[in-house]
Design a protein around this ligand. Structure first.
Ligand SMILES: [Zn+2]
Ligand SMILES: [Zn+2]
Ligand SMILES: [Zn+2]
Length: 142
């Protein structure tokens, strides 16, 4: 299982290190987690790894395109290992839980601006906001 993570790092010209493998594995198993959660997950594997080391790994992996950083609205940054498919996110306004929504078009920008003002548009940020099933059920039972 780590073999394909090692291959991903090598393909991105990144040195294979245990913290990098641990962060990638954590994000593959737990999409859309914040930095503190990544640190906790990595530490269950590598107890001595520092906060700074995890921050550095997240930055390097994001810059290399192996990890996607998302920040819907004003929420804290979340990270995921599902990259390259321009999928979108549906976010619960009550509890902040995030789920993936496949992009109908599949490539950026998937919304055509009615007037692009001469800009070369390379991204349209689409976030769906709503109430997740758990929060909707809570509301009904109250
Ligand atoms: Zn919710
Ligand atoms: Zn996602
Ligand atoms: Zn789309």
């Amino acid at each position: 299982m780590t073999a394909d993570l090692e291959a991903q790092l090598r393909a991105a010209s990144l040195r294979v290190t245990r913290p990098r493998l641990a962060v990638l594995a954590a994000l593959r198993d737990h999409p859309h987690v914040d930095t503190d959660t990544v640190i906790a997950l990595v530490r269950s594997d590598l107890p001595t790894v520092s906060h700074q080391a995890v921050y550095d790994v997240l930055r390097a992996l994001t810059e290399a395109g192996l990890v996607r950083r998302i920040q819907p609205g004003r929420s804290t940054a979340r990270y995921e290992a599902r990259v390259g498919d321009n999928h979108h996110h549906v976010v619960c306004r009550s509890c902040g839980v995030i789920a993936d929504v496949d992009c109908a078009v599949g490539h950026v920008p998937c919304l055509t601006a009615s007037d692009d003002h001469g800009f070369v548009v390379d991204e349209a940020e689409v976030v769906y906001w709503g109430t997740c099933p758990d929060c909707a059920a809570d509301r009904i039972s109250q």
